[in-house]
Design a protein around this ligand. Structure first.
Ligand SMILES: NC(=O)c1ccc[n+]([C@@H]2O[C@H](COP(=O)([O-])OP(=O)(O)OC[C@H]3O[C@@H](n4cnc5c(N)ncnc54)[C@H](O)[C@@H]3O)[C@@H](O)[C@H]2O)c1
Length: 254
């Protein structure tokens, strides 16, 4: 794991998608920095597996089963964290639905479109609506939305949902700044996770290799520096930003 340090002692972090490849690494990084972590996932067994692994190492972490598309369930998640720890300082919206279907417009499966936007865009919005009042009460919060390099090709529902998530980040940074809450995003490039491997054809990695100055595939650990920066006081004057952590794949001066 990355040796970038941040001191989150006594803080409380909710991580959605905590049963997945990236979410479980995020839970570990936040716990190692001193935070109490609530590992939340639709897949309750996977969330509990993440929590058990870290509990065995002595970290304060518990799991919670949540469907982020349900406002009632995200409210229950926030209430659980507040009752257990009396505060919520950090929210990491990692949960996502990734089904890369490249169909022409008229054949595009509309149920997939709806599901993708529901999980990847409305899900983070539900979570933010649930935690914002708790964070506002202490005039402090760090919200991190996990976008994707896929946002920049805006291909199919997944890419569009991730670009829209960056728009949501910008909107809510503006709205919540006066409450002491920062809202930023991380757009990872292609990662070596089970889900990432499933989602891309082998020739995609060769295409990435040709245009990426650093290694074409990242490890989840490569995101920890950005995560801890955005989750900590170090980013106190940073909001509304999307940090691209992708080996230099996407290059833009804007
Ligand atoms: N893996 C990559 O190459 C890559 C690249 C760029 C961005 N990302 C982003 O990183 C994040 C994590 O990716 P990953 O590789 O860990 O994927 P993953 O599939 O391993 O994890 C996603 C997790 O989200 C959970 N989830 C799905 N729908 C949910 C819902 N409705 N409510 C609650 N939880 C739900 C799943 O159960 C799963 O545990 C995603 O936001 C993804 O878009 C991944």
């Amino acid at each position: 794991m990355s040796n970038f340090n941040a001191n989150l002692t006594g803080q409380v972090a909710i991580v959605t998608g905590a049963g997945g490849g990236l979410g479980s690494v995020f839970c570990e990084a936040l716990a190692k920095a001193g935070a109490h972590v609530v590992a939340a996932d639709y897949n309750g067994t996977a969330a509990e597996a993440t929590a058990s692994r870290l509990k065995e190492q002595g970290f304060p972490i518990c799991s919670f089963k949540v469907d982020v598309t349900s406002p009632e369930e995200t409210e229950a998640l926030a209430a659980f964290a507040r009752e257990a720890f009396e505060r919520v300082d950090i929210l990491v919206n990692t949960a996502a639905f990734m089904e890369p279907v490249l169909q022409p417009l008229l054949q595009y499966p509309m149920d997939l479109w709806r599901r993708t936007l529901d999980v990847n865009l409305t899900g983070p919005l539900n979570c933010i609506r649930a935690v914002a009042p708790i964070m506002s009460a202490r005039t402090y919060g760090r919200i991190i939305n996990i976008s994707s390099g896929g946002a920049y090709s805006a291909a199919h529902a997944y890419g569009v949902s991730k670009l829209a998530l960056q728009g949501l980040t910008s909107w809510l940074a503006t709205e919540l700044g006066s409450s002491g809450i920062t809202v930023n995003a991380i757009a990872p490039g292609a990662l070596n996770t089970a889900q990432g491997d499933k989602a891309r054809p082998p020739q995609y990695v060769e295409m990435l290799r040709a245009v990426t100055p650093l290694k074409p595939l990242g490890e989840p650990d490569d995101l920890i520096g950005a995560l801890l920066f955005l989750a900590s006081d170090a980013s106190s004057w940073t909001t509304g930003q999307t940090v691209r952590v992708d080996g230099g794949w996407i290059k833009s001066v804007l």
